[in-house]
Design a protein around this ligand. Structure first.
Ligand code: COA
Length: 332
């Protein structure tokens, strides 16, 4: 029987400090009401400790996966660290996580696909398993967005938070696991959501700092429209490709960028809101962490059972977007 990659454990880490809508009311002209209505967000978590960064949150999430699965870090074969806020330009954050958790037999690398990072990492990791080369792949999505936010930009700063989520992929032949995925890139979206400075084109200089090129820039309206179309289309496409109807879907676990984008995707799929895992209100957009965090929350709430068909869907900078069909393998 065909080997697929089952998700056998899920871990999350959220920093303790809360940044609420009321906090933003003190920073610039905005209201709790405006933020909630336009985005669905009430608060986000922020990693305030300046000595800690994305690798710390990823390692914490990974440790929870190891505890849950009752395995030693030395058993991990591969670490895929999905992030756009690496601790440093290099070495890869995956190397830092590998060292931090003591995964001495693993190799690792970073994967940059912004808000679609976890989905791209999941698909990549699943294929390592399907190929039969590796038995235990950690896919971690994590971002310290607070490190690149301009907290005077009221349109963008309100959206993002910090966090990390991790899953363990292992081979199975019982028909569960990551059963399909569709991924897209359209680089013409590069002008609407980016961090301009710090790369080889615009290395850090007094000018890049003064121009705020090390902060995230977003044309919110344009990204919003593209995200609605992209996420809804790809979610409908993965259902159609696999002959799935809305009745077959137990849950949509979407990237949490804006509640209105999530609602549009669910509408297009024809599924009720009670079948959509939503936690954007508490965490905001944690970029590569949103899907594993939402999955971890759903598991904590014991909402998912063996055999459930889950659709993961995301849209992010690049543009990058995609969807995955996962048949769940155990009762939560
Ligand atoms: N508080 C109050 N008013 C605000 C505000 C805030 N925090 N931020 C923006 N506004 C104002 C704008 O200045 C604008 O005022 P104006 O009409 O006088 O110019 C007005 O609200 C409407 O702004 P607009 O940009 O049209 O709002 P919107 O409904 O498009 O919502 C976003 C803005 C950013 C919430 C929305 O565009 C969005 O979510 N975009 C997608 C973001 C995203 O998903 N990014 C990640 C992709 S993975």
């Amino acid at each position: 029987m065909k080997v697929t990659a089952a998700i056998t454990a899920v871990g999350k880490y959220l920093p303790p400090d809360v940044l609420s809508n009321a906090d933003f009311e003190k920073l610039f002209d905005t209201t709790d009401e405006w933020i909630k209505t336009r985005t669905g967000i009430s608060e986000r978590r922020i990693l305030k400790d300046p000595t800690k960064a994305t690798s710390f949150m990823m390692a914490e999430a990974a440790r929870r996966v190891l505890e849950q699965r009752k395995i030693n870090a030395s058993e991990i074969d591969v670490i895929i660290a999905c992030t756009v806020t690496p601790d440093m330009m290099f070495p890869a954050t995956a190397c830092l996580v590998q060292n931090e958790i003591g995964a001495k037999n693993a190799f690792g690398f970073d994967l940059s696909a912004a808000c679609s990072g976890f989905l791209f990492g999941l698909s990549t990791g699943a294929q390592f398993i399907e190929a039969g080369r590796y038995k235990k792949v950690l896919v971690i999505g994590g971002d310290k967005m607070s490190a690149i936010i301009d907290y005077t930009d009221r349109t963008t700063s309100i959206l993002f938070g910090d966090g990390a989520g991790a899953v363990l992929l292992e081979p199975t032949t019982d028909g569960t696991g990551v059963l399909d995925h569709i991924l897209h890139t359209d680089g013409s979206g590069k002008d609407f959501l980016y961090q301009k400075g710090g790369g080889s084109l615009h290395p850090a200089s007094v000018e890049t700092v003064n121009a705020k090129w090390h902060n995230i820039y977003q044309d919110g309206k344009t990204v919003f429209k593209s995200a609605v179309t992209g996420m809804a289309d790809v979610s409908a496409a993965i259902m159609e490709k696999n002959g799935l109807t809305s009745d077959d879907i137990a849950y949509l676990i979407p990237h949490q960028a804006n509640l209105r984008i999530i609602d549009a995707t669910a509408n297009r799929m024809g599924i009720d809101s009670n079948k959509v895992i939503i936690n954007i209100g508490m965490y905001g957009n944690t970029t590569a962490a949103t899907i594993p965090l939402a999955l971890a929350d759903a598991i904590e709430q014991k909402r998912i059972k063996r055999g459930d068909n889950l659709i993961f869907a995301a849209f992010g900078a690049g543009y990058t977007w995609g969807a995955a069909w996962v048949k769940w393998g155990y009762n939560t």
